[in-house]
Every structure is written in structure tokens, then in C-alpha cells.
Design a protein around this ligand. Structure first.
Ligand code: UDP
Ligand code: MG
Length: 317
């Protein structure tokens, strides 16, 4: 099979028929063998009934329904799990992403050798203040923190070589950082394609203000995990050493001060009067806690089942 289109959807009943028909048209025109995997993320409207109808009309449509709303990442994860196409394309269900981009994305994976191609909504039709401006700032930050030069990291329209989606695990709300997960799994050939974007025709956006808190927190997690998940002591240990060193330096300074004072005949001045005492005390305690965190991290990663889960690309035997 050439292409699996994975579509997470939550309360998108009005968009689905148009979307399925449009994808079918593009696939037939380009003679692709394909499947459309519609993952209903616990919709409360009639989305699932619509999926069932679409399936009777077109056997390439496959549906998965969650009992409750788990989020876009969970929907993508389950879609990826069953996808069989050589190229897997994700898109939003709200008709904001255009199925006309499918052939171009497919070629970039098949012929140009990309592992992952992310859409770039260069001309974006979303609310300017709540989406477009924050998105620019967010993408700038993510570009510099992760070193992945994408203008639109969280674009719903993306294409993947099959291996990529089978070797990453999208969880929590990590759908925002799939290219980071892919790079971390060893897929470095990440490209970008300017894609058409439209206004939301039906329904409402599913991501509100909470994303301004969750997105950045997940970025911190992604950065930390990608670097230190297999060696937590290297993170906590360095912090611990810095803190203990500061504490030690402050203690030595206290000692020198005391000796100087005694030589000048000042007796009975308490070291607790010196700010260095408190610096020494707190930084040594914090340093010890960092070390403890490091040891606990090592214990946890030692018993993690995927601790020796490597991506082996080739073998000679
Ligand atoms: N979505 C989902 N589960 C959720 C939230 C969203 O499957 O909990 C789907 C939604 O139906 C749509 C896609 O994720 O197909 C993108 O959501 P939306 O269009 O609301 O995001 P926006 O384009 O406003 O950023
Ligand atoms: Mg949308």
C-alpha cells in the first residue's frame, strides 16, 4: 500500500464527508493505493456514525473509536499503530489542511529521500491574536532549543516514512513535538513543504488557552528526556557538583574569615552572622538533593523496560 492517511478527529461530523470524498478524489487521480484511518477521539456528536457511513461507501476508510476523549496524541498513536502504507500522512479533520498536498508530500518521501516532511502553513487562516502570533514566537523558540529548522513544528499536515512512525511513541500531548521525537529516534532527514491552509469551515477549535501552559512545559520535558533519559545522573550530578562546590567555597571563605578575625583579636563573633554561612548551608543541602535525584533517576532508568531499546538501521548477518 502506498499511503495511509491518519486523521484524528473530535466532534467534526460536518467536515468528514467532504474530507473523505476529497481524499478519495486525490488518490484516484494519482493512482495511489491507500487507506484512510479515521480515529474518533471520543466525539460527543455524530462523528462516529458518519465514519460508519463513509466506511460502507468506501472500503478504504477505516475507523477507530475511543470510548472517551484522550487527546490528539493518543489518536495519532493508535492510527500509527495500524497504519500499513509506505508513506503515512497525517492531517486534521477540519478541512483546514488540503488533501491536494498529498501527492507532493508523498513524492518528497519517496523520491527525495526525506524521512519526515512537515507542512508549513505560511499563509495561515486562523485567528491572528490567539493563534498566528503565538505560533510564530513558539516556533522560533522551539527552533532554537531543538535545532530542528522547521517554521511550523505543530502543523497537523505531515508525511512520514513508515519506519519513522513505527519507531516513535506519541504520548501525552507530544503531537506538538513529533519531529523532535523523530530526530531523537535517529531520523535526521526532516523537510518542510509550504502547504495551503484554509479557515475552519465547521465546528470550533479544540485547543484553547491551556496550550500556552502545556506546550512550553512539554518542550522542557522533551528537551530533558531527549538528552538525559538514559543518564539522569549526568544532569543531576552536574547540578549537584556545582551546588556542593559553591557550598564548599563559601565554607572555606568562612574559615579564612575566622582565621583573619582571630589574628586581629576579634573573638566571639558568630559565623552565623555571615551571609556565607547561609549560602554554604543551602547550597550543600540542595546539592545533596540533586545527587539524590540523580541516584533515583538511575535506579528508575535501570529498571525501565525500554532501557536497551535501540534503533538498529542495518545488519550484516
Ligand atoms: N483533535 C482530536 N482530539 C482532541 C482535540 C483535537 O482528535 O482532543 C483533532 C481535531 O478534531 C482536529 C485536529 O485534532 O482534527 C486539530 O484540532 P483543531 O483543528 O481544533 O486545532 P487548531 O487547528 O485550531 O490548532
Ligand atoms: Mg484546525
Amino acid at each position: 500500500m502506498d499511503i495511509s492517511v491518519v486523521i484524528p478527529l473530535f466532534n467534526e461530523e460536518e467536515s468528514l464527508p467532504d474530507l473523505a470524498a476529497w481524499i478519495e478524489k486525490v488518490m484516484l487521480e494519482n493512482h495511489f493505493s491507500y487507506e484512510i484511518i479515521l480515529v474518533d477521539d471520543g466525539s460527543k456528536d455524530n462523528s462516529w456514525e458518519v465514519v460508519e457511513v463513509l466506511q460502507t461507501q468506501n472500503p478504504a476508510v477505516k475507523g477507530i473509536k475511543f470510548r472517551r476523549n484522550y487527546g490528539k496524541s493518543a489518536a495519532l498513536f493508535c492510527g500509527f499503530d495500524v497504519a500499513q502504507g509506505d508513506v503515512v500522512i497525517t492531517m486534521d479533520a477540519d478541512l483546514q489542511d488540503s488533501p491536494d498536498e498529498i501527492p507532493g508530500l508523498f513524492n518528497m518521501i519517496k523520491d527525495e529521500g526525506y524521512d519526515l516532511v512537515s507542512g508549513w502553513k505560511k499563509k495561515r487562516f486562523d485567528p491572528v491574536l490567539s493563534k498566528n502570533i503565538p505560533s510564530k514566537f513558539y516556533n522560533f523558540t522551539v527552533r532554537h532549543m531543538t535545532g530542528i529548522k522547521l517554521h511550523d513544528m505543530n502543523c497537523g499536515l505531515k508525511a512520514y516514512r513508515k519506519n519513522v512512525i513505527k519507531s516513535i511513541e506519541v504520548y501525552g500531548e507530544m503531537h506538538r513535538y513529533i519531529p523532535v521525537l523523530a530526530k531523537w529516534a535517529g531520523y535526521k532527514n526532516i523537510g518542510e513543504k509550504v502547504v495551503k491552509h484554509s479557515e475552519r469551515k465547521y465546528g470550533v477549535t479544540k485547543f484553547g488557552m491551556e496550550r500556552f501552559i502545556r506546550g512550553p512545559l512539554d518542550l522542557v520535558s522533551v528537551m530533558f528526556i531527549s538528552r538525559f533519559v538514559k543518564r539522569p545522573m549526568h544532569f543531576f550530578g552536574i547540578l549537584g557538583i556545582i551546588m556542593i562546590f559553591i557550598g564548599l567555597a563559601a565554607s572555606i571563605w568562612l574559615g579564612i574569615q575566622k582565621i583573619i578575625e582571630l589574628q586581629h583579636g576579634v573573638v566571639g563573633k558568630l559565623i552565623t552572622n555571615s551571609p556565607y554561612f547561609y549560602i554554604a548551608l543551602t547550597s550543600m543541602i540542595i546539592g545533596a538533593q540533586f545527587f539524590l535525584g540523580g541516584f533515583l533517576g538511575e535506579l528508575i532508568s535501570r529498571s525501565a523496560s525500554e532501557r536497551n531499546n535501540y534503533q538498529i538501521e542495518k545488519r550484516t548477518f
